[in-house]
Design a protein around this ligand. Structure first.
Ligand code: CA
Length: 227
């Protein structure tokens, strides 16, 4: 069945060309040009994914994001934003957006993100997560890249397991510090970046061709991307 995408974008040129591109990929697209019509469309039919421009004429995009998230918990909301609205990115991720794309964006990249969010990782059994060639056994706290088991330190394991459980979605630095370190962590968050580089090195050294990559979103967080 075709996935329904609600596209909320007040810029006519962007909205129309994006709607066309999505339709050509087989999605059912509803284009809303403001917050009010987005609410109407949403009430008529809950979509499978929302692409939401944050700069709307009648409502605050972040408020709308929060509202849609509350109305439909598991709904992926992908936020479109101008590059200078960095604070908005963090706030909208907190408001329940799963991802963001900054304008101007490459159409191919946006379509790839949309595909990834519509294809949530399939459950692979009780306590295993797999992303590409990466396999994580949460109970045993063991990780394999292809056939090779990785030797990870405890925090590296927790960090990679968290990123893998949210594969394709941004995990904010705040959340990582809360969940992997702890809420009483007063030190520098530099330690996070050090752990990330170490994990990256181990993934690369494994030589497994289908390993996911860790993408850094400066000042925002990290995202594990399937190969
Ligand atoms: Ca706009």
């Amino acid at each position: 069945m075709a996935s329904e995408v609600l596209l909320v974008e007040d810029d006519e040129t962007i909205g129309r060309s994006l709607a066309q591109a999505l339709e050509s990929q087989g999605y059912l697209v509803t284009l809303a040009v403001d917050g009010a019509s987005a609410r109407v469309a949403f009430a008529r039919s809950v979509p499978d994914l929302v692409v939401l421009d944050l700069g709307l004429p009648d409502v605050d995009g972040v408020d709308l994001c929060r509202e849609l998230r509350v109305a439909a918990g598991a709904l992926p909301i992908l936020v479109l934003t101008a590059r200078h609205e960095e604070a908005d990115i963090v706030v909208s991720l907190d408001a329940g957006a799963v991802d963001y794309v900054t304008k101007p964006f490459r159409l191919a990249e946006l379509l790839a993100r949309i595909r990834a969010h519509l294809r949530r990782p399939e459950p692979t059994g009780a306590d295993r997560t797999s992303v590409g060639d990466l396999q994580i056994d949460h109970d045993a706290r063991r990780v394999w890249a292809g056939d090779q088991e990785l030797a990870l330190r405890p925090r590296e394991f927790d960090l990679l397991a968290l990123l893998a459980s949210e594969a394709g979605r941004v995990v904010t630095r705040e959340r990582i510090m809360d969940e992997v370190w702890d809420e009483h962590w007063y030190g520098s968050t530099k330690t996070l970046d050090v752990h990330i580089s170490s994990i990256r090195r181990k993934l690369v050294e494994s030589g497994a061709p289908g390993c996911p990559a860790i993408t850094a979103l400066p000042r925002v967080g990290y995202r594990l991307d399937a190969p």
